[in-house]
Design a protein around this ligand. Structure first.
Ligand SMILES: NC(=O)c1ccc[n+]([C@@H]2O[C@H](COP(=O)([O-])OP(=O)(O)OC[C@H]3O[C@@H](n4cnc5c(N)ncnc54)[C@H](OP(=O)(O)O)[C@@H]3O)[C@@H](O)[C@H]2O)c1
Length: 289
């Protein structure tokens, strides 16, 4: 039995769809915390197990008989470290055969990283897994390409400006769907025990190049402006962007400026058996008509 956590989220749900191409639905279970959100999974014949990362006993029960667990990192940043340790603890108590964890690609593992607020709980999860004695695989997922429309803003073509405090930093964005397919491949093949896979995209790209690509797609000039963090913050506040997003987007831009996501290539082509989707193709898909 393969159990996927975060199965009501984008990555977990997409991984289940790829798993269904490789193994019968009767081999797949999903951990969900809100049964109402599980209807689409039930329709596909997936067994629903209820559990919450805050509640170890609920997960110990849900993880019974699981050979392979896809542990999707949580989305509640504030208490994620504790939640991640809870998942590992429950997997250990339930004698799960193998845990595949969706971690995060990075260069800077210290608290000087602008994105330490997300990185810390991944490092904690990895440490907990290593200390647990469980068999595990680490999927060090790159920065989602799917975040680009949020970073760029819905109106980027209309305004004609890519406005990100990222300087000339490059980032090897990766499509979440490609990461889901890779996860499904790892869950349905052997030989991944103790392995750690770096999963950035294939093509590192600057926001200058993003703007040039958008210019071609839109048939009009899209400029790139890299403001200071202070000016970025002020302009986003003026535009009515919620404080939480301004802080998060500004931090990711700073991480990109520092080269945190610059490394490209990695293990994704090997896990997919093809090249991952390139940013230019993705941008065409999102902004082309
Ligand atoms: N690499 C990147 O660029 C990047 C970007 C964003 C996020 N991430 C990480 O990758 C993960 C998967 O991405 P995604 O796009 O699939 O995120 P998502 O759509 O927000 O899915 C997160 C999933 O985790 C579940 N979850 C959150 N807290 C939980 C808890 N306390 N107990 C049980 N389940 C819980 C959510 O359940 P509900 O449906 O009930 O909320 C949801 O199913 C995220 O959670 C985050 O850790 C990575």
């Amino acid at each position: 039995m393969i159990l996927v956590t975060g199965a009501t989220g984008a990555l977990g749900a997409a991984t289940i769809d790829f798993l269904l191409e490789k193994t019968p639905a009767s081999n797949i279970a999903a951990l969900v915390r809100d049964e109402a959100k599980a209807a689409p999974l039930k329709e596909k014949g997936i067994e629903i197990r209820i559990g919450n990362y805050d509640d170890v006993p609920s997960m110990v029960k849900a993880f019974q008989g699981v050979d392979k667990l896809l542990f999707v990192s949580g989305s509640e940043i504030e208490n994620r470290s504790e939640q991640h340790r809870n998942v590992v603890d429950a997997a250990k108590q339930a004698n799960v055969g193998h845990v595949v964890y969706t971690s995060f690609v990075r260069r800077n593992e210290t608290e000087t990283s602008p994105i330490t607020f997300v990185a810390k709980s991944h490092l904690d999860a990895e440490a907990a897994l290593k200390a647990s004695g469980l068999s595990y695989t680490l999927l060090k997922n790159g920065l989602y390409m799917d975040m680009l429309p949020y970073f760029l803003g819905q109106q980027v073509i209309e305004t004609g400006v890519v406005f990100q405090p990222a300087g000339d930093g490059q980032a090897a964005f990766v499509l979440r769907n490609d990461l889901a397919e890779a996860a499904a491949n790892v869950l349905t093949t052997e030989g991944h025990e103790g392995k750690s896979y770096d999963l950035p995209g294939a093509v590192p790209i600057t926001y200058s190049e993003v703007a040039a690509t958008l210019s071609k797609i839109a048939g009009k000039e899209i400029a790139y402006i890299s403001p200071t963090q202070e000016v970025y913050r002020a302009e986003m506040t003026k535009a009515g962007v919620p404080e939480m997003y301004i802080g998060m987007f500004g931090a990711f831009a700073e991480a990109i400026r520092q080269g945190e996501f610059e490394d490209a290539g990695g293990d994704l082509p090997k896990l997919l058996g093809r090249q991952p989707v390139a940013p230019a193709d993705y941008l065409k898909q999102v902004y082309g008509n």
